[in-house]
Design a protein around this ligand. Structure first.
Ligand code: HEM
Length: 502
């Protein structure tokens, strides 16, 4: 026995030594690949500031530094050579990338590899024919009136039975601080799960532990996004091969997401899907392959979850900072709904132009997707004369665009819903200038659902409560990730309004 233990120890030492040597060699190898891929010798100011992170001396967020650079660029375009990334805030360039030369600017292999384990061949993660097939399939479903009504009813139910009671209970204790971002994340996860799978994870019930599925989904998106931050993709690929560190956690999280998805699909196959209204049941009519079904639905979960939560959080923060906007929303809703009705109807919402303008305006300043990249297939020249090499990254930047005078005028940094109204009527803008939902053939498929959800929730909350940030000098600081999320959340205090009923 002692000999066996000794040989085992020797073997493990030998393995440890090999692994150590391998790690050193591998690090040197990745470093050399990194040197070749990133051109870290670039000496231009932008690249040096990026490489040394010295932008952090003047800016809280990377997106604010990029905004500063794009504002000062005469063409509205900059290059970060070390990342081989052309970043633009010029609407003509954006139209060229997203529409005119759509086929030359796919999402690309780099993106799909990073999210491939989580999203598989879901719409969010594919290009070409596979994308076209799913886009057509999903457009037919999402375009129907019945799904819009179904989605709206889900939002109303979650608002009425969970969100408002939760906020009311918090409001009773005037000292209690609530993280509004956390509440909206739970709310939107419940909602998108019911919409996509017909499953209610019950995350908004704060007294219950947050569901394992939600935790696993969070972990899986966070760790997948972290892959993009690795200095070379080889680093995470090797970790994945050996199933170690963050890649081990990612695999476990994805396994959990898969288990639940498979369970939902097999249950639905057994019980029949014809009478269900959720997306999974609708897609089951056209797709037989269960793995493909899982991929399609998980893409929707990712697309619709944090985006809505992020949009709602910044909307409520901006409104809390702008009591005149808050009053105008309340006055408009009193006119359309009266003062005693709790939740807005779909038809009533159509008459609320000011509310619509406020939501568009908050997304303009705080887009949940702050920037979005494509990869050029072939060499190209953008309308402003910028050359783009084939195989390099091109990024449009909705966050910066919202803060550039040449795009939105001298008052661009102000929260001003009125800019969207002509004689009190909402007038939409050029989608290549307002790129919050992307634009062109790949424009967000959930845009109308997301706007309806945000308006319904915001209205219900604003009519019943006064919400104020705990820190009156709060400045948004973002965490890195696929969707804009506030570092430290949004701590608020809530008071119930005294409303005089008619
Ligand atoms: C305020 C909320 C939302 C914002 C700001 C938003 C924004 C975006 C953006 C920028 C894209 C393009 C991403 C890319 O190609 O890399 C996108 C794509 C997409 N979004 Fe949304 N989204 C929101 C909510 C939703 C919701 C609620 C759903 C589903 C119910 C959804 C479904 C999708 C889908 C399926 C795509 C992929 C479209 C395609 O590739 O053809 N989104 N969204």
């Amino acid at each position: 026995m002692a000999f066996e233990a000794f040989s085992l120890e020797l073997m493990s030492m030998a393995f440890g030594f090999c692994f150590f040597t391998f790690t050193i060699l591998f690090s040197l190898f990745s470093l050399s690949i990194l040197v070749l891929r990133m051109k870290p010798w670039c000496n231009c100011d932008v690249c040096q500031t990026y490489l040394t992170s010295s932008w952090t001396k003047d800016f809280d967020n990377l997106c604010d530094w990029y905004t500063h650079l794009l504002r000062n660029s005469p063409s509205g375009t900059i290059h970060v050579h070390v990342l081989k990334n052309t970043i633009t805030a010029n609407p003509d360039n954006v139209e060229h990338i997203l529409k005119t030369k759509f086929d030359n600017y796919p999402k690309g292999k780099q993106f799909s590899t990073i999210l491939g384990d989580l999203l598989g061949k879901g719409i969010f993660n594919v290009d070409g024919q596979t994308w076209r097939f799913q886009r057509k399939l999903a457009s037919a479903e999402l375009g129907s009136v019945s799904i819009r009504l179904f989605a709206f009813e889900l939002v109303k139910a979650e608002t009425n039975s969970r969100l408002i009671p939760l906020l009311s209970s918090i409001a009773k204790d005037q000292e209690r601080v609530l993280d509004l971002q956390d509440v909206f994340r739970r709310f939107s996860f419940d909602n998108i799960c019911k919409f996509s799978f017909g499953l209610d994870p019950g995350c908004l019930n704060l007294s219950l532990p947050i569901s394992d599925f939600s935790v696993a989904f969070d972990e899986a998106t966070k760790l997948s996004a972290q892959r993009a931050l690795a200095s070379s993709p080889l680093i995470w690929k090797i970790k994945r091969l050996f199933n170690i560190g963050s890649e081990k956690k990612l695999r476990e999280a994805i396994d959990m997401v898969n288990e639940l998805a498979e369970e939902m699909i097999s249950q639905r196959r057994k019980t029949g899907f014809a009478n269900h209204k959720d997306l999974l049941s609708r897609f089951m009519g056209s797709v037989d392959d269960d793995k493909y079904l899982r991929d399609i639905v998980v893409s929707f979960l990712l697309a619709g979850r944090d985006t809505v939560a992020s949009g709602l959080t910044s909307l409520m923060w901006l409104i809390s900072q702008n009591p005149k906007v808050e009053d105008a929303i309340r006055a408009e809703s009193d006119r359309v709904m009266g003062t005693s009705q709790d939740l807005v109807s779909f038809e009533q919402m159509r008459d609320m132009h000011y509310l619509n303008a406020a939501v568009y305006e908050s997304l303009r300043l705080f887009p949940p997707v702050q920037f979005d990249s494509k990869f050029s297939l072939e060499d190209d020249v953008l309308p402003d004369g910028t050359s783009v090499k084939g195989g390099t990254r091109v990024t449009y930047h909705p966050y910066a665009m919202g803060r550039i005078e040449s795009v939105w005028g001298s008052d661009c940094v102000e929260f001003k819903p009125e800019r969207w109204l002509t004689n009190g009527v909402f007038v939409p803008e050029n989608p290549f200038k307002y790129t919050v939902f992307q634009a062109g053939p790949r424009i967000c498929m959930g845009k109308d659902l997301a706007l309806a959800e945000m308006k319904c929730v915001a209205l219900a909350v604003i009519r019943k409560f006064n919400i104020r940030a705990v820190d009156p000098d709060y400045v948004p600081r973002f965490s890195p990730g696929l969707t804009a999320s506030l570092r430290g959340g949004l701590p608020v205090v809530i008071k119930e309004r005294e409303v005089v009923c008619l």
